[in-house]
Design a protein. Sequence first.
Length: 464
Amino acid sequence: MSADSHACLPPMMYKQYLESEYHDSFEDYLADTKIISNIVDLLGYPPTEKALDVFDTRGAMSVELGEVGYYDPTWRLRQVEAEGVVAEFLHPFGTIGFTPFVDIMNSPRSHELRAAGSRAHNRFLEEFCSEAPGRLLGVPLIYPWPDWDAAVRDMVRAKETGCYAIYPPTFAGVPGDLPALYDSWWDPMWAAAQDLGLVVHVHASFGNPQGAGVALAEVAFSGATGGEGAASLDAGMLPEFDPDAVDDEPKDSLLAQFFESFTERRPLWQLMWGGVFDRFPKLKVVFDEIHADWVPPTLAYLDAKHAAEPGAMKLTPTEYWKRHCGVGTSLMRYGDVAVRHEIGIEKVMMGTDYPHMEGTWPNTHDWIRQTLGGIPENEARAILGENCIDFYGLDRPLLEKHAKRVGPLVGELFDGRQLDPKLVKHFEFRAGIGKSVNFDEAQMTEAFENDRAGATQALAASGK
């Protein structure tokens, strides 16, 4: 099971899924995609031949970097089954393009356009996942426009079409945008998710303002648009993988550095102090593609704050985590595995992040050997699939059937094989596999104090 993967369309193909009344705005979306393509290049696409010689020895990325798998389910299943993956949770966004109007990579857009873009992506996603029900598991975008009744209808549709999770707006809590998740304004979403049994996914990039990507591109490329006239960049801005270099410290790609972000963690304590987990005791939330090693120090910090000032919370932060939360560890590191018992072994799920280049594909088996090869078999089985089945209530007989067909045997994965040091070096470069935990107490304190004050005020205002 992959707890985190991606599916999307090339930009032009979204138009056929977008309602005609919004076609006049489509050129604005395409203009954004041309600007953002510069950022994609900056992040290391495509890989160099020197890198491909190390990590793509079977030529899996030779055909359009595997990008066909973003939107062709037949091609995709062929690729992921070759790595033993039988099912995936599919989030939006890919290097080939981003969701019209609603992605953070767009310039700032109206709520109406964001909702229209969400619906367009969901139409594609429903069609895509119908090729392998129960295995291609779409995570549809839910946007509350023109009101929560419309959004809840979208959630009901998601459930009816076989979805197990939803992707809420990523702009919650951004100043001048949607309210923070501690605000009772979000209660219709939590209520519907609880009643329908839909898990809410908090994914990498959550909590960032729309338009940030376009602004970055305009600065980095001196205002170049449409991919033309881009200024020359300092070579130091573009770390390049050199398998033969002797480094005092491993060099990380910009992608590895990107996944050190912090904003995706904030919903954890916002939901606790905002009383959301008290009002909706069966709600489930998964933190996806943001590592897991931050969870133990964060829970320790929150438990200490709660002990000093409990407020209206009915449980401790650790108790809320155990009752409500899970973590999908794409780009799994040694540090994520090391703290699996502190997190709760039943809470940890691995993601491949396919087809993103920073993910495990096309080296999933070797990635598993390197990160999980030293732990007991039952724990590896839990992280690699059992936890997903249990947490989401997936179709076990269906998945077991396909696992028997394409899944690797234990003896094939955990055979004591030593990987090529150059491949391990590339794992470090593309995902920081050996990085230590990223927990900055000063950063944590500033965010927590702001969120606790906001949550306390919102709770009092709601009278709940």
